[in-house]
Design a protein. Structure first.
Ligand code: TRP
Ligand code: MN
Length: 450
């Protein structure tokens, strides 16, 4: 089926993973309401991010994308937003300093409220209710009422995204992210840990460098690039009615932009070439990610690139490989090779989380630090071997001291998981595990450039 793209053309295609809303009129009403609200991001910012991604595709820059698996209405607090920002800033400083590499910072934040699920329903004992599809749709609590999809939650999704983004902008532009404040981003609870100490060392070196620069007249009151951090937002573009409602025509370029976030990705379950998600995103100009699991064939990759990036524009498409440590070596190389032979301009990044999830005997969904690292190392090795560029990483992480993923320097064990297992969906790296990975990735990047 080939038709002209319009804001609504996706409706003629099959849209997987949509909630079974019971009151379609109300969904319509809510989305119409949202379509009258201000956009959350500005098209000019989106173009800047795309340019950064274009640079990274050509070996000039490295993308760090990270945040919660699912944001929640409950966890809507200044401290938790600040702490997620802190860890992203820390990780990017570690990489920038250690690998002399420009780091593009993209949060899974300010809009990551909808989840694809393997089943429409969940059964516990005698009871079966709709699956939890993210706070944009229903509530995590397992009860009949909580699990009913409620379109009014989309209004809260918009409002919470707006408020979260507002605080992020205040922090990144208002002085908190000034490079003179590097020490401030280290959380107290890791200050004395090996990772925390290693970070303090870098922070001190940066201070020294800044003192020197200050002496020669380059100071953060004069240079915005020292004073402000560039942070972009992203989420999975899953609920197409909501994404449509926030899609606007940019008055400068006349192009359509999905202004719910700077960067949108298509999940591994909704990337069908003839599906509604691919159709919808083919018409907006944002940079787009495609999650690539083992089931993605080289032919499908080429077809997706043709439909989503017919001009083969740099920065438009990012392939987020999420193969799993056991499979990456069997599946990623054929994709990269095919892309190379077709001359597709793609940014390759590694999501070492989603292919490595399993359930422990105690019933916790988890991931092991070593497996996560293993997948990242293989990702770098594959690109090194093929002469292509490992362009970034995609993590589920939090600034808090949670116990959701196993291993790392704190050696979190099966028995520790119950202590602070707080995620609404998938297990996230905690603060120290995230920082540790940043140090390890720095090593990989250094070898890459050596
Ligand atoms: N403006 C640059 C950037 O956003 C440098 C920068 C300022 C920075 N503050 C930062 C980098 C905090 C990392 C963290 O990349
Ligand atoms: Mn997840």
């Amino acid at each position: 089926m080939s038709t002209e793209w319009t804001l609504e053309s996706w409706k003629k295609f099959v849209a997987d993973q949509q909630p079974n809303w019971t009151d379609e009129d109300l969904v319509q009403k809510v989305n119409t309401e949202i379509s009258s609200y201000p956009p959350l991001v500005f098209a000019g910012e989106v173009r800047t991010l795309k340019q950064h991604l274009a640079d990274a595709t050509q070996g000039n820059g490295f993308l760090i994308q990270g945040g919660d698996c699912a944001e929640t209405f409950n966890d809507f607090k200044a401290d938790s937003i600040r702490d997620k920002l802190k860890i992203l800033l820390q990780m990017s400083v570690v990489l920038t300093y250690g690998a002399s590499c420009n780091v593009i910072k993209v949060g899974r934040i300010a809009g990551q409220f909808a989840k694809p699920r393997s089943s429409d329903t969940e059964t516990r004992g005698e009871k079966t209710f709709p699956s939890y599809r993210g706070d944009a749709v229903n509530e995590l609590e397992f009860s009949d009422i909580s699990r009913q999809p409620n379109p009014k939650r989309l209004l809260r999704t918009y409002n919470q995204s707006a408020a979260t983004l507002n605080l992020l902008r205040a922090f990144t532009l208002g002085g908190f992210a000034d490079l003179n404040k590097v020490h401030l981003w280290n959380q107290e609870f890791i200050a004395t840990s090996p990772q925390g100490k290693k970070y303090q060392k870098i922070a001190t070196s940066i201070d020294d460098a800044l003192k020197f620069m200050n002496a020669v007249g380059i100071s953060s009151d004069k240079y915005a690039s020292l004073r402000m951090a560039e942070l972009y937002t992203s989420h999975e573009a899953l609920l197409l009615g909501y994404e449509q409602a926030l899609t606007r025509k940019d008055s400068i370029s006349g192009d359509w932009y999905d202004c719910s976030a700077h960067f949108l990705w298509i999940g591994n379950r909704t990337r069908q070439i003839d599906g509604a998600h691919v159709e919808f995103l083919s018409g907006v100009k944002n940079p787009i990610g495609i999650k690539a699991g083992p089931s993605l064939t080289p032919d499908e990759l080429v077809a997706l690139a043709q439909k989503l990036n017919p001009e083969n524009e740099f920065g438009r498409l990012t392939i987020i490989s999420r193969m799993g440590a056991e499979k990456i070596n069997d599946y990623l190389p054929q994709l990269v090779k095919r892309a190379t032979s077709e001359k597709l301009n793609l940014l390759w990044i590694c999501d070492p989380m989603h292919g490595n999830t399993y359930k422990t005997e105690n019933g916790f969904k988890t991931r092991h630090f070593n497996t996560i690292l293993d997948e990242i190392q293989q990702f770098f090795a594959i690109h090194q071997k093929l002469g292509t560029i490992p362009g970034g990483v995609h993590f589920e992480l939090t600034g808090d001291n949670v116990t959701e993923c196993l291993g790392g320097a704190q050696e979190i064990s099966d028995n520790d998981l119950k202590e602070r297992y707080e995620t609404a969906c998938d297990p996230r790296l905690n603060n120290e595990q995230s920082l540790e990975l940043a140090f390890l990735i720095t090593e990989l990047l250094r070898n890459e450039n050596a």
